[in-house]
Design a protein around this ligand. Structure first.
Ligand SMILES: Cc1ncc(COP(=O)(O)O)c(C=O)c1O
Length: 430
């Protein structure tokens, strides 16, 4: 049981209440807002290191070994990627751009797992240029294009085939990916047929499955891991490598559970080892691809209150200097957050407020029904659990520049992504 106040539960594990409100590693969030401006992404290095190391250890201890490839779509600031690499993870990349980010962060090609349901020529070429360890095929056309590229280069490429097994997970339908009808992967039957008959140049190593994201009840993820070896045996296809994707959820609001990524990875490894034992199969090399569960909890977004007003229906809007430009998840999936005032997160609420973003869309509302203590212009609002799928999804709608990001590490904070300037906004106009 945690003795932290409820309001702090979705914040990084080391967050505490100090004299100036919420502190990370001895650094007050309000001081970060003052020094670096808002909106500001704050990432906690200790949380990222601990989570990444636990997952890396769990796959290292698997009977036939394994690798954990961090999903760059969740977070791709190079400083964060370096932390993740140093903790022992590889990289799951879904574009030529993400492959380049992995290269710049120092990942070895062999540690890269390449994804994408519509890989273009540039993505496939980048994968080969990087000597990626595994390319995960999304269908036969892609296999043919990659095989041709390999033959033209006189080389081979290890591949997995992504299948959508029709196992449902309890998450928002926009982040479910393993159901029948998903745009990702192929049917199990088609995947088996493709693995049996790969174009020359491709070396089939096994299967991949990723059921969805922000999964708080991991049982279906474990069930898929149990199902795959038996499926491969029944189909008579090779399973030297089994990639069970990512998907483990995090706590966004105090009432949610906080699954442990290390323990979850151990459970996956144990389930695969057990079913392989039952089926008389050699345990495959196990690959996992966590994203959110490594970096989501580490992140906090800071905003400044710029206006408070009461609407015609009696509700009170608290408008902040950010919104859908730095947090797309509310608009995309109706995601819930538990914002607090950074300097008085546990003060007795004076009401329930609606947190308005600054963009010209009525849906740009960061959170509804938020209990706050007398919010006023100039207050710093802290939104926890924003380390994954926020910075990577940021955009410049209304020509607001994207926020800066700082990394808190060893009792100090440093800028890892500078704020996008007005000149940056026009850098591509010709
Ligand atoms: C193929 C694949 N692997 C891994 C991930 C990472 O998922 P998560 O961030 O939920 O762990 C995703 C996310 O959508 C994905 O599509």
């Amino acid at each position: 049981m945690s003795d932290r106040p409820d309001a702090l539960l979705p914040f990084p594990e080391g967050a505490v209440l100090g004299p100036y409100g919420i502190e990370l590693d001895g650094v007050a969030l309000s001081a970060l807002a003052e020094e670096h401006g808002t909106p500001l992404y704050v990432h906690d290095a200790a949380s990222i290191r601990t989570r990444a190391a636990a997952v890396a250890a769990a796959v290292r201890d698997a009977p036939s070994g394994g690798r954990a490839a961090f999903a760059l779509k969740a977070q791709s600031a190079l400083a964060v990627l370096r932390l993740v690499r140093e903790a022992g993870l590889g990289a799951d990349c879904a574009s030529a751009g993400e492959i380049e980010a992995a290269r710049r962060a120092g990942f070895e090609g062999a540690s890269l797992v390449i994804h994408g349901n519509a890989k273009c020529a540039a993505d496939l070429a980048a994968a080969l240029d990087a000597d990626a360890g595994l390319v995960v095929l999304d269908g036969r056309n892609e296999a043919e294009r990659l095989g041709a590229l390999c033959r033209a280069r006189g080389r081979t490429q290890d591949v997995l085939v992504r299948i959508a097994p029709g196992i449902e997970v309890d998450t928002h339908r926009h982040i479910a990916t393993g159901h029948h009808g998903s745009k990702f992967g192929v049917t199990p039957a088609e995947g088996a047929a493709l693995l049996r008959d790969l174009p020359a140049g491709l070396v089939g190593r096994g299967l991949h499955v990723h059921l969805g994201s922000q999964v708080l009840d991991p049982e279906p993820l474990v069930a898929a891991a149990r199902w795959l070896p038996a499926f491969a045996k029944a189909e008579g296809i090779p399973l030297e490598v089994l990639d069970v994707g990512g998907g483990l959820g995090i706590r966004y609001t105090p009432d949610q559970p906080q699954p442990d990524p290390g323990a979850h990875t151990q459970a996956l490894v144990a389930a695969i080892a057990a079913v392989c034992g039952d089926e008389g199969l050699a345990v495959p090399e196990i690959v996992v691809e966590p994203g959110r569960s490594i970096v989501g909890t580490s992140g906090v977004t800071l905003y400044r209150v710029v206006g408070v007003k009461t609407a015609g229906d009696g509700s009170t809007w608290v408008a902040v200097d950010g919104g859908m430009g730095d947090n797309l998840r509310v608009g995309l999936y109706g995601a819930d957050y538990a914002p607090v005032l950074a300097e008085r997160p546990t003060a007795e609420p004076t009401g329930r407020y609606r947190l308005a973003g600054r963009h010209c869309e009525s849906t740009d509302v960061l959170a509804e029904d938020v209990p706050l203590a007398d919010p006023a212009v100039g207050d710093v609002v802290a939104v926890p659990a924003t380390g994954a799928y926020h910075q990577t999804m940021a955009h410049t709608y209304n020509l607001f520049g994207r926020p800066a990001a700082v990394l808190v590490d060893g009792g100090a904070a440093r800028v890892i992504t500078r704020r996008e300037s007005v000149d940056d906004l026009f850098a591509r106009d010709v």
